[in-house]
Design a binder for this molecule. Structure first.
Ligand code: CA
Length: 367
């Protein structure tokens, strides 16, 4: 509206092209500024099944945001796992430019570099709030960018599950000895911790968890939290639902952008892509927070799930083992050591601060 003359002339052009047809509504930005060229088409490959609750939905939301915020100048098409590339080929596909964006989690890429795990989740690590603090204002993002630069990638955070649940068990865990021989679906560093506690970690994709738990081929499984666990029907296969999810206290989901494709964008579109990732990052945590609340209520009050806290002795033991496992990553190479030092310093300070803020308040709230 700031330049009425411009609007008039644009209408005249539209009218002329259409041969006197009625005025068309709101021309797109790209139409109004032909010098900006044609629509930029990006592909976003993901590690999730298409439209998967929470995670796949987060990818769809991010694509929609970029499309809308750019006024249609960038169109991002989302591909579920296996539609364009397999789930664990996402990193390489974006790195070589087969797709311009990827949506997944950094701990899937530990084979590329062990330090990637710090940018997703580590046992007894940071909560969602703390992860965002470390990444955006505590030095974490600069390290993440430095790590991915060698792959021609720009990393971003695009969601967080919040504290996950400890998992579904078909027998009670009363003592550390109950972990011995326990066959549990638990991936990554958490699995290594269980291994050191005498259990047997099993790696299974999401779709195979329920039948494995129901048939007794595994004794326990972790997945995400009430929202996703309810959707999988895990309460039908195991009786005891343990907390807290010590192994994934605030898992950050990852967006990766091909750096060459990003640098080819005009500055305003670069800002739009980055800002859309920040919005999607916050939105996923809000989604999980709201839906976990209602799903937990459904599980406990409608399905009779037995909600149990891991005993202190068990938590103390696995915390000790977790500290060992995480510290060993730092010993693998100098860059991992830098990330570990930054992460650990932030974690130490966050523990002190949150003892007198979040934690103290939550304790007071339930007195
Ligand atoms: Ca999990």
């Amino acid at each position: 509206m700031s330049n009425p003359d411009k609007n008039v002339s644009r209408r005249a052009v539209v009218k002329g092209v259409l041969g006197g047809a009625a005025l068309v509504a709101a021309p797109k930005v790209a139409d109004a500024f032909p010098s900006l060229g044609k629509t930029i088409k990006w592909k976003m490959v993901t590690t999730w099944p298409k439209n998967f609750p929470g995670l796949g939905a987060g990818a769809n939301y991010l694509a929609k945001l970029i499309n809308e915020m750019s006024g249609g100048r960038i169109k991002v098409k989302v591909y579920g796992a296996k539609e364009l590339v397999g789930a664990f080929e996402v990193f390489d596909a974006v790195s070589r430019g087969t797709a311009q964006m990827g949506h997944g989690a950094a701990y899937y890429w530990k084979g590329k570099h062990p330090a990637t795990q710090f940018f997703a989740a580590v046992p007894f690590g940071l909560t969602a709030q703390e992860m965002n603090g470390w990444l955006y204002h505590g030095g974490g993002m600069a390290l993440w960018k430095e790590l991915y630069d060698r792959f021609d990638l720009i990393p971003t955070a695009i969601g967080n599950t919040g504290v996950q649940m400890g998992g579904w068990f078909n027998r009670k865990i009363d003592a550390v000895t109950d972990l011995k021989g326990l066959k549990m679906r638990i991936p990554g560093l958490g699995g290594e911790v269980l291994n050191r506690a005498g259990g047997t970690p099993v790696s299974l994709p999401g779709g195979e968890i329920f039948p494995a738990l129901q048939s007794g081929s595994i004794d326990a499984t972790e997945w995400v939290g009430p929202y996703n666990d309810l959707a999988f029907g895990l309460y039908k296969a195991a009786k005891f639902y343990y907390y807290p999810g010590w192994h994934e206290p605030g898992t950050t989901l990852e967006g990766i952008i091909n750096k060459t494709a990003f640098n080819a964008l005009p500055k305003d579109l670069q800002s739009i892509v980055i800002a859309a990732c920040r919005v999607a990052n916050q939105d996923m945590l809000s989604d999980f927070t709201a839906r976990n609340n209602t799903a937990l209520d459904t599980l406990v009050n409608h399905h009779g799930v037995k909600l149990l806290r891991f005993p202190d002795d068990v938590l103390k033991r696995i915390k000790m083992l977790s500290n060992e496992v995480v510290a060993e990553i730092a010993g693998q190479d100098p860059f991992s050591k830098r990330v570990y030092d930054s992460f650990s310093t932030f974690r130490k300070q966050a523990i002190s601060w949150h003892a007198v803020s979040e934690q103290a308040y939550m304790d007071a709230r339930t007195l």
